[in-house]
Design a protein around this ligand. Structure first.
Ligand code: NDP
Length: 234
């Protein structure tokens, strides 16, 4: 049966590939966008995860138009890379507010409906650097590591209600976000990836779709890497 899926930041990059992957198997897919023209083929709801009112409005619209969210993919994320000593309070708080607090906000809102349904899948899109660390990404790595503790706590709180919470941790993906990384850093990482290549948004999306599938019903509180071996399963 078609499920109600919501992907935050589903208007482009990995989020869009995730939305397409769920649509391919016949699910009803909603995506959030902040501005501009959202991609066609999905229920597009305006939402900035740093603004609680827009999160509430987005969920209300999704609930009305395609039913309570059964699969939440908390994917919206940003980077503000710089070395620790140059990192401003704003660089820190913007990244934490978007990546970690934003994920908490949407997970909490989604959990309400999932509790009533007595089923649900929450998937946080983290990053290999959350557990590996990355020079120049103190804020980003902290936000992505925070998702692990959050997912595991949610897994414990809501497991008895048929709700799973997992983290998918991509390595380097060819998107706008990776294009911002310095060439030097990109070269360094490629040399450390056992599979010797970056991944694609589609490859990440298929793993996320699988984590939300019946086949993965017994997986919760897990960190699933899609990183070509960069993090060695950490
Ligand atoms: P993109 O920069 O291509 O897309 C980011 C998405 O997040 C956009 O849809 C953007 O919306 C949305 N977003 C950003 N801030 C907010 C906000 N405040 N409220 C709502 N939506 C917001 O990034 P990617 O597709 O590469 O990354 C997606 C996720 O995957 C991120 O969480 C990222 O950290 C993670 N990741 C990416 C990797 C990579 O190599 N690219 C590696 C590992 C993890 P808008 O279009 O409005 O800006």
């Amino acid at each position: 049966m078609a499920r109600s899926v919501l992907v935050t930041g589903g208007n482009r990059g990995i989020g869009l590939a995730v939305a397409q992957a769920f649509a391919e198997v016949g699910d009803n897919v909603a995506i959030t966008y902040r501005g501009g023209e959202p991609p066609a083929g999905f229920l597009a709801v305006k939402c900035d995860v740093t603004e609680p009112e827009t999160v509430e409005a987005a969920f209300a619209e999704v609930e009305e138009k395609q039913g309570p969210v059964e699969v939440l993919v908390a994917n919206a994320g940003i980077t503000r890379d710089t070395l620790l000593l140059r990192m401003s309070e704003e660089d820190w708080s913007q990244v934490i507010e978007t990546n970690l607090t934003g994920a908490y906000r949407v997970a909490k809102r989604a959990a309400k409906g999932m509790l009533r349904l007595r089923r649900g899948r929450i998937i946080f899109v983290s990053s290999v650097v959350g557990l590996l660390g990355s020079a120049g990404q103190v804020n980003y790595a902290a936000s992505k590591a925070g998702m692990v503790g959050m997912a595991r706590s949610i897994a414990r709180e809501l497991g008895s209600r048929g709700i799973t919470a997992n983290v998918v941790a991509p390595g380097f993906v060819e998107t706008a976000l990776t294009a911002q990384l310095s060439e030097e850093l990109q070269k360094q990482y490629l040399a450390q990836i056992p599979l010797g290549r970056y991944t694609t948004p589609e490859e990440v999306a298929r793993v996320i779709r699988w984590v939300a599938s019946d086949e993965a019903a017994y997986i919760t509180g897990a960190v699933i890497p899609v990183d070509g071996g960069l993090g060695m399963g950490h």
